[in-house]
Design a protein around this ligand. Sequence first.
Ligand code: AMP
Length: 215
Amino acid sequence: MQLILLGPPGAGKGVQAELLSRKFNIPSIASGDILREEVKMRTALGKKAKEYMDKGKLVPDEIVIKIIKERLKKEDAKEGFLLDGFPRTVSQASALDEALKELGLKLSAVINMDTPEGVTIRRLSSRRTCYDCGKIYNLITMPPKVEGICDDCQGRLYLRDDDKEEVIKRRLKVYQRQTHPLIEYYKGKNLLRSVEGGKEAKEVFGEILELLKGN
Ligand code: AMP
């Protein structure tokens, strides 16, 4: 199973990625998580990426493409993988096509999580992320058992800098301009499968499993 999760910020990609990765026993590769880890470790790459991330802009293609290519070469991605948050531009998508060809891999499907803007804004501002393991919570629909603490690792929950309202609006604009064209790109390759991301997570998961039955 080689999957891509596509959708605006706040579509629920992270939650579905976790569920799908467990169900199919494939690694979930989230470009945003990898970049946040670099930021946390204060690497040169992390420092550069942070300048873009804090403003809600996309990190330059060459940086992200390199990171993902390296990750796909690892042993655990040979049997399948799920990409969350990558590709985000047409040039990332064509770099991915090339990389997969080199590795002898093929995409099974691209799941497009179609989500209304009102829903994404509401979700992102009530989202909290674990600083240690990256697990995602929602203060309204999926709160932690103990306020401010991760159920899984007891890490501290925080509001991502780019989940603040002014940055959210920029990220949604960036999505429309740079990532939305990928819907046509993958439609053209007959790989696109759409679900409504505005529904409750369990329901969306069920629909994704239905869509993947043919794969
Ligand atoms: P995410 O966790 O997917 O919402 O990503 C958080 C931020 O990381 C984005 O707003 C971008 O600044 C950066 N980022 C993540 N994935 C990519 C990507 N594929 N291309 C460029 N920037 C990315």
